[in-house]
Design a protein around this ligand. Structure first.
Ligand SMILES: CN1c2c(nc(N)[nH]c2=O)NC[C@@H]1CNc1ccc(C(=O)N[C@@H](CCC(=O)N[C@@H](CCC(=O)N[C@@H](CCC(=O)O)C(=O)O)C(=O)O)C(=O)O)cc1
Ligand SMILES: N[C@@H](CCS)C(=O)O
Ligand SMILES: [Zn+2]
Length: 774
């Protein structure tokens, strides 16, 4: 029996990669330093896994920005706009790479970034490969080969990780009409063959092909491409061992397909889909190894050894120990690095800490499961098993977890709690009478730049270098500056700027009962950006108002409308580590009630426009269509409960980014927010077509510029997008806003971009005709 890992967090235990990349982008350090930090992280990660006792250690799971982008660079899938600019410059490969990720606007060049979207149902974002008709591929970046060699020099014959060719194509986007991306397989496979040849020549024994699409609904054609692809690779590389890794869902109706592909080992996710073990054991061909993903790569709870050992035993009984591997359910990039970094007992209490395992602990759990499932586990392993049983029992029986009055409140929810008093047309009239906003009303999504200075106040407060009153004074001054500046440039609906928030989920987690948080539990969200998901360990309630103080203060500074700013229940759920001892829907309803109370308190404090952000509602959608209806039912209900307590003339906004709305547009309409602001600019308003076809009834603010890139858009670009929007949505429904919050941007870019945006809205107003309003 072997142990293996599918991927290790690559940000570094102290987010070293984030820091060096951001310094490099700011021109404060050289690229050699970036490479050196990357190398250190890889070495440290390999060593941790080796010391823990992992037999098959992955390589090429490291990435300077995103592993999908690494593959695009490896395959030379570089959109022309970068070739033309970058190759003329004295730039390194890494500059081309970062330009694809972030856009490039210097030395007279102005190139937009590639699109970014959610990695399946996680909070990780990948850079979407761009495909063109007759797209050709060639071996461009040899990072995978270098990293295999690097590990080998340390005495580790690693298992290089490749996104499988079918999944790579399915992750991409057709950027012009007239072809199907899946047909590019014939152009792509020769590059895989080049890479495999190089790896084989260097001594690679196992190759991990990540094919997460095998857990999704596939067309017949895609299934056939899977068969042909692996048949061909097998034929060309009879001596290399292939591991086919699936994760995030059950194989379901692809079980037959996955088990029939000519590979040497198949990995399945037994945390998401424990029930698939029996079927896969039945279907697995003789000799194929089964890798059991029993340790949760997506959550922070300690493994339940008794449960995992039962699954391992079942597999061993059927296949024999030689054909069973033990592994995490998926790559550990979705886990924080090391629980040992959590040294402050006031932040994470010892009682809760004993229930947790981060990446470093998880690889040890995997090794321990191997010892425990051997014929004669040693005393040390037995002792650790007893410890594991004790810790899990202490969690199940802890008084911290259950609160009967919260549970009762959920039981008592009535249909009418999820219902606004009147329908949208009537609300719209009442809101317009009160708010008196112009056509093409301008607003922003909530956050303004979280500058190093703002973060340093929080850091000083944490360290005790300043007290709460001093901190509040800083935040108040920053808020006031932002409010005054928004007034000056003529925005219509203002925001307070969210300066007091470390993160839009963690901030609420820090104030809700049933949540705890960490000091250093960072997880990569995209590129250098990380999040520290709070941990929901018990029943959730709101001991006191969470946002009223800052929203009311900001409103007091202006005669314009100040938008209250909340994170919605589904997003709080989705971006937290969620308890696994009750259905997610139950936890979500508890959060919805807490947010509802906050919405009502904001209204009472005079805030008449309230945004409840739900950027993660699409991300939470189950990967299998058959499971959608159940999820959408409770997710929409949770949002409606959170918004349902206010008067008709209080305008409820929601906001979503990175969302493909086509297939869930009815549910988005069912959320019944008065206004929805959505990310649309990176896709050039493509997303709006669905709102038009569907005749979305309420108001919409399609994002007019991409906030993920430091690039500053000009007025004409934005009017161009707004004209595209007005072609499908009447003027009376349109708002003007960026794609998302501006916390990652600097003030200089923000000021320039928003000034242009207000000018774009004014230009649009000047062109209004009666016909365009209806
Ligand atoms: C909208 N998005 C979000 C997602 N998920 C969330 N949970 N939150 C989101 O906002 N998913 C989808 C998108 C992803 N987008 C982003 C955008 C931006 C970030 C980001 O900026 N992350 C920050 C960390 C934010 C944070 O928690 N800041 C804290 C701590 C800051 C810190 O690093 N402090 C230093 C000391 C600093 C000093 O002394 O000056 C330290 O602790 O060492 C805070 O502000 O207090 C990032 O830096 O990556 C994430 C996702
Ligand atoms: N209000 C949040 C939404 C991000 S999705 C922000 O502006 O950052
Ligand atoms: Zn957003």
């Amino acid at each position: 029996m072997l142990t293996q890992n599918l991927g290790y967090p690559r940000i570094g235990g102290q987010r070293e990669l984030k820091k060096v990349c951001e310094n490099y982008w700011a021109g404060k350090t050289g690229y050699k330093n970036v490479l050196a930090v990357g190398k250190n992280i890889r070495h440290e990660n390999w060593q941790i896994q080796k010391d823990a006792g992992i037999d098959l250690i992955p390589s090429n799971d490291f990435s300077y920005y995103d592993h999908v982008l690494d593959h695009s660079l490896m395959f030379g899938a570089i959109p022309k706009r970068y070739n033309e600019v970058m190759l003329k410059q004295d730039n390194e490969e890494i500059d081309l790479y970062f330009a694809m990720a972030r856009g490039y606007q210097k030395n007279g060049f102005d190139v937009v970034a590639m699109e970014m979207t959610k990695w399946f149902d996680t909070n990780y974002h990948y850079i979407v490969p761009e495909f063109y008709k007759n797209q050709q591929f060639r071996l461009f970046s040899q990072k995978i080969v270098h990293e295999f060699y690097e590990a080998k020099q340390l005495g580790i014959v690693s298992k290089p990780v490749l996104i499988g060719p079918v999944s790579y194509l399915l992750l991409g986007k057709e950027k012009e009409a007239g072809f199907e991306k899946i047909d590019l397989i014939k152009n792509l496979l020769p590059v895989y063959a080049d890479i495999l040849t190089k790896l084989q020549d260097l001594g690679a024994e196992w190759i991990q092909f990540d094919e997460p699409f095998l857990s999704l609904d596939l067309t017949e054609k895609e299934q056939q491409v899977y068969r042909n692809t692996y048949k061909q690779l097998r034929k060309e590389f009879p001596r290399l061992n292939f591991l086919l890794a699936t994760y995030f869902e059950r194989l379901g109706d692809n079980a037959q397909l996955a088990t029939s592909l000519p590979v040497d080992a198949l990995h399945i996710d037994l945390v998401r889909a424990p029930q698939q073990l029996d079927e896969v054991l039945e279907l697995l061909p003789a000799k194929t190894i089964l890798s059991l993903g029993v340790v949760d790569g997506r959550n922070v709870w300690k493994n339940d050894f008794e449960q995992s050992l039962a699954a391992i035993q079942k597999a061993k009984d059927k296949l024999g120990a030689d054909r069973v591997w033990i592994a995490p359910s998926c790559s550990l990039i979705h886990s924080p690095c090391d629980l040992k970094s959590e040294s402050n007992n006031d932040v994470l209490t010892p009682e809760i800490k004993q229930w947790l395992a981060f990446a470093k602990q998880k690889v040890s759990e995997i090794a321990l499961l191997k010892s425990l499932s051997g014929n004669a586990p040693g005393v040390n392993a037995q002792y650790k098993l007893a410890g594991n049983i004790h810790d899990n029992t202490s969690r199940k029986t802890s008084i911290l977890i259950h609160n009967s009055s919260i549970k009762q409140r959920v039981v008592n929810i009535k249909e009418s709690d999820a219902q606004r008093k009147s329908s949208f047309p009537s609300r719209k009239q009442q809101q317009q009478a009160l708010l008196n906003l112009p056509l093409f009303a301008t607003t922003t999504i909530g956050s303004f730049p979280q500058t190093a200075e703002v973060r340093s106040w929080r850091s000083q407060l944490k360290k005790g270098a300043i007290n709460q009153a001093q901190y509040d004074l800083h935040i108040a001054a920053e808020t006031e500056k932002a409010v005054k500046w928004q007034e000056e440039i003529g925005l219509d609906v203002l925001v307070h700027g969210e300066f007091e928030r470390n993160d839009m989920v963690e901030y609420f987690g820090g104030q809700l009962a049933g949540f705890t948080f960490t000091q250093n539990g960072w997880v990569q969200s995209y590129g250098s950006r990380c999040v520290k998901p709070p941990i929901i360990y018990g029943d959730v309630s709101r001991p006191e108002a969470m946002t009223v103080k800052w929203s009311a203060y900001a409103q007091s500074l202006t005669n314009k409308w100040m938008k209250g700013m909340l994170t919605g229940p589904v997003t709080i759920l989705q971006w937290s580590f969620v308890r696994n001892d009750q259905p997610r829907s139950e936890t979500c309803m508890q959060i919805a009630l807490a947010i509802r109370d906050e919405v009502c308190d904001l209204e009472k404090a005079g805030i008449k426009i309230i945004q409840i952000d739900e950027p993660a509602i699409r991300e939470g959608l189950p990967l299998r269509k058959a499971d959608w209806a159940t999820y959408l039912d409770w997710a929409v209900k949770a949002f409606r409960i959170s918004a349902g307590g206010v008067q008709d003339d209080t305008q409820i906004h929601t906001h979503m980014c990175y969302s493909e709305f086509n297939d869930i547009i009815q549910s988005i309409a069912d959320m019944d927010a008065d206004v929805i602001t959505i990310e649309t600019s990176r896709s050039q308003m493509e997303l709006l077509d669905v709102f038009a076809d569907f005749k979305y009834p309420n108001e919409i603010g399609p994002g007019v510029y991409d906030i993920h890139s430091p690039r500053v858009p000009n007025k004409d670009e934005m009017t161009h997008l707004l004209k595209k929007a007005r072609a499908v949505i009447p003027d009376s429904q349109l708002w003007v806003n960026p794609d998302c919050g501006l916390k990652t941007r600097g003030w200089d870019e923000t000021k320039k971009a928003l000034t242009e945006m207000v000018a774009a809205a004014k230009e649009m107003r000047a062109t209004v005709t009666e016909a365009s309003i209806i």
